[in-house]
Design a protein around this ligand. Structure first.
Ligand code: IPE
Ligand code: IPE
Ligand code: MG
Length: 249
């Protein structure tokens, strides 16, 4: 039993945790291995994050798996990542299902090799009735592009008379994002020591708590995750109010 886990207050859990899983390449390099060795060793860390969320009942976990910018990496690395993704999905689909998780995918899936896309959609379909928790994979995902597409689609709906300009507010805008059915991100974690967002969920993290960890992704454990939750629970989320106002609420 994890001592850190016991410190978590189950009444104050984030509804939505998002993770930028970074540092695989550096993890491998520090061991004198190829970058792809790091990606292969990242799968266990992904499992740790999913299991940790599942154990404490966090309803939404979004994992930044492959960015729209990652397509610019060397072909070999991209191919390995795609192969690893299909392979892992094949192996883990039953596990995801039996944990009661519903899988979702956000991003420009049309850029993916057909086999990868098919495999992803298969697991999405397989798990669509599950209600214990939601696992969201951001793949071929870029937030600026997501926002631009929302703007284009809203413009189209305005032009064709389906939306009145005066009715455009935050709520309506969110209906045009990939994440329309998910709550806003409460906690964003990035591993690898980099303090940047790298085009991830720019709109959705407006009021998220941000945590940047020095650990490289393949070393990520359940206890590290639980510690993130404990740290999150020690923050006062003020949303623009004063501390006194928040205390009264
Ligand atoms: C994260 O690790 C995995 C992906 C971006 C797909 P990196 O591959 O970015 O590893 P570093 O940051 O180069 O160490
Ligand atoms: C962000 O990591 C993307 C994923 C973790 C999938 P990167 O390694 O691509 O980000 P930068 O290039 O360091 O900003
Ligand atoms: Mg990186």
């Amino acid at each position: 039993m994890s001592l850190i886990k016991e410190k978590i207050n189950s009444e104050n859990l984030p509804k939505h945790v998002a993770i930028i899983m970074d540092g695989n390449g550096r993890w491998a390099k520090s061991r004198g291995e190829e970058r792809t060795f790091g990606h292969k060793n990242a799968i266990n860390a992904v499992r740790n994050a999913i299991n940790a969320c599942n154990e404490i009942n966090i309803p939404y976990l979004t994992l930044y798996t492959f960015s729209s910018e990652n397509w610019k990496r060397p072909k070999d690395e991209v191919n390995t990542l795609m192969a690893l993704l299909t392979e892992t999905l094949l192996l883990e689909a039953d596990e995801i299902f039996s944990k009661g998780l519903r899988m979702h995918v956000i991003g420009n899936l049309d850029k993916l090799p057909p086999l990868v896309k098919d495999q992803l959609l298969k697991v999405v379909d397989l798990t669509k009735e599950n209600t214990k928790g939601n696992l969201v994979l951001a793949i071929s995902y870029g937030s600026q592009n997501e926002i631009l597409n929302a703007v284009k689609n809203i413009s189209k709906d305005v032009k064709e008379g389906r939306v009145e300009i005066e009715k455009i507010d935050e709520k309506l805008f969110e209906d045009y994002l990939y994440t329309k059915d998910f709550p806003p991100v409460d906690l964003l974690i990035r591993t690898s020591g980099e303090i940047r967002i790298s085009n991830f969920l720019l709109w959705q993290i407006a009021y998220a708590e941000l945590q940047f960890l020095d650990v490289l992704w393949p070393d990520f454990t359940k206890d590290i995750f639980f510690q993130c939750i404990v740290d999150y629970q020690n923050k006062e989320r003020r949303y623009g109010l004063t501390g006194d106002q928040v205390q009264i609420q």
